[in-house]
Design a protein. Sequence first.
Length: 348
Amino acid sequence: MQYWKSLSVVSAGAMAALMLAGCSGASTPSASSSDSGDAGTTITVYNAQHEELTSAWVAAFTKQTGIKVNLRNGEDPEMANQIIQEGKASPADVFLTENSPGMDQVENAHLLAKLDQSTLDQVPAKYRPAAGDWTGIAARSTVLAYNKTKLTEAQAPKSLMDLADPSWKDKIGASTGGADFQAIVSAMFQLKGSDATLAWLKGIKGNVHTYQDDTPVLAAVNKGDIEAGILYHYYSFVDQADTDENSNNVALHYFKNQDPGAFVSVSGGAVLASSKHQAQAQKFIAFITSKAGQEVLENGKSFEYTVGSNVPANAKLVPLSDLQAPTIDPGTLNGPEVNDLMTKAGLL
């Protein structure tokens, strides 16, 4: 879940200058490359990604193409359910997610257009579903954030599964109602199956302190209220690049070894089949996965991983190739069934 997100409609053109200024170092193509047939067209993006990151993408895209973008910002499940409810009448042209289960819901409702092959070719196959209805645009790694005064790296669990053991009672935290945690559980379900996942969830229910969002989890670890928290890597990096107030006592443990705790969640980008601006919507997804678009991510302050056009991730991050993440088709994560398991375990 995202602490800086709000439900609003944002005019990308109005904030382009501000966002470009906030992305120093990003490669931004010249406006001279604009297609004159696109100038003045406006597309609507339902955005569940980080608002700051998407606004930076929008600013660079509009500068290059002349295509304006309206952002409607929300959370993964909320945006996915809204699109499904709207169906073919949805005003959305593009859908962006933080995690893939919400995108999979919309894909399973047969509401997505096929992406141009040239766009798909910009992203390695492991960061997009086999069907080709959407593609990865960014990624984030699951980690265990731990308090360095209470735990050492050697004392960290070998597997995410170990945190269900009673020895961790009252020592860990998570935002169990958030889309991030549910995506992590979806990966566990894919790797370990229903019975093992439900058993883990029941163990976690007895051990975990539940927080409204992931930022309070990080803050609680930093203060020593809990020893460790399950979340994505970027929360700590974002805080360290800002005030460091919620992470100065925190270290990150990467589970590796193809463990469920090494899950790399893929953020998705798709074009709605009902879009009245198919060509422009396709260009938007093509742009954010291009070298110029991925450089916006590399040089920005979201600290998510790049996945497209061979652009390296921010140099402060552990390379994706070193994470030893399990192989999971991002188009197969089952959000609804995981929600049922979490409800059975008393976490929802």
